[in-house]
Design a protein around this ligand. Structure first.
Ligand code: GTP
Ligand code: MG
Length: 217
């Protein structure tokens, strides 16, 4: 090995990120969870519907105040038969995107149940954004933005309407979620380093975090 290469190998590896947030996308089948994630992570969209089996995830790095934040985004299956598997992943999640479809009343009526699932299987400080997806199909809508906002207020969630198809508010939803998680962390003051630690010891765990503190963010 050349001297220069040897010296480089001896050096501390460059940290790849400062914080890691585990985020879940939940909601009824066909509301557009997978499409929303693909739009965000890959800037792609498909008209075909391939219902998710179980759970899948993608990783995306965002930058906030000069900090690299790694988002581990879990895309859950909306179908009832996968509920036992998917709720097992709620532990340790710091944020949820709870999605309904503005042209599907049943998916909106199910929001309360999904919120209860979060309360049951997640930790108290998990942040939630309610998203009414498919706002590009405005002429077919059965849920008004006012109705969505009112339910979000009632549940104490933030609210957006979005379209994975037309790329409306997709990035904004994720960025807002990151911001509210960071805000909660700043308010809370305590941390579980296994979830949110800085550069060297970060690892993923399913242990639900206490309010993060001393995070490098
Ligand atoms: P499950 O995996 O079964 O839980 O469904 P899902 O919520 O992941 O739904 P998916 O993303 O697979 O989308 C369902 C269908 O809705 C697909 O045919 C998508 O092309 C379509 N779709 C998703 N988002 C939008 C959107 O914003 N606008 C329109 N018009 N169609 C969308
Ligand atoms: Mg899916």
């Amino acid at each position: 090995m050349a001297k220069a290469d040897f010296r480089a190998a001896q050096r501390e590896p460059e940290p790849t990120f400062d914080c890691m947030f585990k985020i879940l996308i939940i909601g009824n089948s066909s509301v557009g969870k997978t499409s929303f994630l693909f739009r965000y992570a890959d800037d792609s969209f498909s008209h075909s519907f391939v219902s998710t089996v179980g759970i899948d995830f993608k990783v995306k790095t965002v930058y906030r105040d000069d900090k690299r934040i790694k988002l581990q985004i879990w895309d859950t299956a909306g179908q009832e038969r996968y509920r036992t598997i998917t709720t097992a992943y709620y532990r340790g999640a710091m944020g949820f995107i709870l999605m309904y479809d503005i042209i599907n009343e049943e998916s909106f009526n199910a929001v309360q149940d999904w919120a209860t699932q979060i309360k049951t299987y997640s930790w108290d400080n998990a942040q939630v954004i309610l998203v009414g997806n498919k706002c590009d199909r405005d002429s077919e809508r059965v849920i008004t933005p006012e109705k969505g906002k009112s339910l979000a207020d009632q549940l104490g969630f933030e609210f957006f309407e979005a379209s994975a198809k037309e790329n409306i508010n997709v990035r904004q939803v994720f960025e807002r979620l990151v911001d509210v998680i960071l805000k909660k962390m700043a308010e809370g003051g305590d941390t579980d380093p296994s979830i949110t630690s800085g550069t060297k010891t970060t690892r993923l765990t399913d242990t639900p975090p206490e309010l993060p503190k001393n995070c490098a963010c």
